[in-house]
Design a protein around this ligand. Structure first.
Ligand SMILES: [Zn+2]
Length: 137
């Protein structure tokens, strides 16, 4: 939705909005599922989308052979794009046309249990690998 009144948030219609999309990844042993949440987003809907997709990727992204290296890449990509919505001024109603209240961004990423557990998974795998290595040498 762009137009004479500037880019509007795809979810709530508020302005200003940044044309950015967030990605998600889920590993399923030998399969991998990629998800994409396209914008544009206002600041609040964008942060909500970033936190939702990134938290899910952190918990679901590790469970595949190819996925293990892909998940951190997706998380990094989202983290870089987060700045484009986080730096927007707070959303306000558009000059014209329908809109609704922006999404609630919810708790920050690192305050979410799924993200913290998700971050612990590669760490645990690494420790386990080192343990196995130490035990066998
Ligand atoms: Zn919005």
């Amino acid at each position: 939705m762009s137009a004479p009144y500037g880019v509007q948030c795809r979810l709530c219609g508020c302005v200003p909005a940044a044309d950015v999309s967030f990605h998600g990844h889920r590993g399923l042993v030998i399969m991998a599922v990629f998800r994409r949440l396209p914008g544009p987003f206002c600041q609040e809907c964008g942060l909500a989308a970033f936190r939702e997709m990134t938290a899910k990727t952190l918990i679901e992204g590790w469970w595949g052979i190819a996925s293990f290296p892909i998940a951190p890449f997706i998380v990094l990509l989202n983290a870089v794009r987060r700045g484009r919505v986080a730096n927007l001024p707070p959303p306000r109603p558009p000059a014209r046309g329908p809109y609704r209240l922006p999404s609630d961004p919810g708790p920050p990423l690192l305050a979410r249990p799924t993200a913290l557990i998700g971050l612990a998974i590669p760490l645990a795998a690494l420790i386990l690998l080192c343990g196995v290595h130490a035990a066998s040498s």
